[in-house]
Design a protein around this ligand. Structure first.
Ligand code: SF4
Length: 333
């Protein structure tokens, strides 16, 4: 099973995010402890429906339990066809098949989730590099946890992040931007795929895309301008695959400044000379790193609200309001 652009989704209500259960305080780790993240458990839980999952407990392992790690017999760097999750103290006891099977079952339930936060370094859940050992016990390389890798294979479009990395404000903002955009796609395009729903989605994300990766912005524009080239389901699949890749590119101050200036251009007939000057000053302060993105964006939003109505092209731009204001994600970038 893989998510596809044409797969029906009936998501309504809060946006769902899968999360390693130990990150929300569940005492499910091998030693009976948890790894509660205050940010995930206290803040994100207020805005998203978290779906806690522990694959090791899910396959029937006890709490506490002997620890497992990842081993391989492959030795060619970077090419590991045979990775096993085994007991650290007894390599003959493997949980690989069970963890993959559990991932397959959970992927069915995660079909309408819009993101996943994995516990870092875990041989089951680790999304970013997890230690890989040679069968003889020597450290060999880094890889993904068995369960996380299988979820990635089965739900490739769904945004995923590592709980350790999410403490970085840039990475956090990028991840939650992707979650919000993917949820929008699931609800408004995947659930009702038409030429209009796809084109409207592209219009909403034009400047968001531009702030992340200008080449993808241009290429995606070409895709939506030629909706007769092949079946719409195939076009939508190509579109969302490239779109989600594009948002993985980090926006930076220069890219944001470029987008802010583009958006200001739509208001040039509406703004007084003083207001244009003030915006220019604030954009420069932002580009130079003196103020965070929330400052120019708030001022620009003020002018957009003052001079346009709710149907206006500018007000549709997700760039101006990419995620819930209360998350304060733009205050630190
Ligand atoms: S890292 Fe994953 S497998 Fe390990 S305790 Fe946390 S949820 Fe369970």
């Amino acid at each position: 099973m893989k998510t596809s652009a044409a797969q029906p989704i009936t998501q309504s209500g809060p946006i769902k995010i899968g999360v390693s259960a130990c990150l929300v305080g569940q005492e499910v780790r091998y030693n009976g402890s948890h790894k509660r993240s205050r940010y995930i458990d206290d803040i994100l839980s207020q805005h998203f429906e978290l779906m806690p999952l522990c694959p090791e407990v899910g396959i029937g392992m006890s709490i506490p339990r002997p620890p497992i790690h990842l081993i391989t017999t492959d030795t060619e760097p970077g090419i590991y066809n045979n990775i096993e999750a085994v007991l650290v103290k007894d390599h003959s006891v493997s949980f690989t098949k069970e963890l993959k099977e559990y991932a397959k079952n959970q992927a069915e339930k995660l079909i309408d989730a819009s993101g996943y936060i994995f516990m870092h370094k875990s041989p089951s859940c680790g999304y970013q590099p997890v230690k890989l050992y040679h069968k003889n016990g020597m450290p060999l390389d880094k890889t993904q946890g068995i369960y996380a890798a299988e979820i990635e294979r089965l739900l490739p479009l769904m945004p995923k992040e590592d709980a350790g990395r999410i403490n970085d404000p840039q990475i956090r903002e990028n991840f939650l931007s992707r979650v919000m955009a993917y949820s929008d796609w699931q609800k408004n395009v995947q659930a009702n795929l038409t030429k209009k729903s796809l084109t409207d989605f592209h219009v909403r994300y034009k400047y968001k895309l531009m702030s992340h990766h200008i080449q993808s912005y241009q290429e995606l524009g070409r895709i939506v301008s030629n909706l007769k080239s092949k079946p719409l389901e195939e076009i939508a699949q190509d579109y969302i695959t490239m779109f989600m890749q594009a948002l993985k590119h980090m926006a930076n101050r220069n890219k944001h400044t470029n987008v802010l200036q583009h958006l200001q251009g739509y208001l040039k007939k509406d703004l007084s000379t003083e207001s244009k000057h003030e915006l220019g000053e604030v954009f420069t302060q932002y580009r130079k790193g003196y103020v965070p993105l929330i400052v120019p964006l708030t001022l620009l939003n003020h002018h957009v609200q003052t001079h346009t109505d709710s149907e206006h092209y500018l007000q549709q731009q997700k760039y101006l309001k990419p995620h819930p204001f209360e998350l304060s994600l733009l205050n630190a970038i």
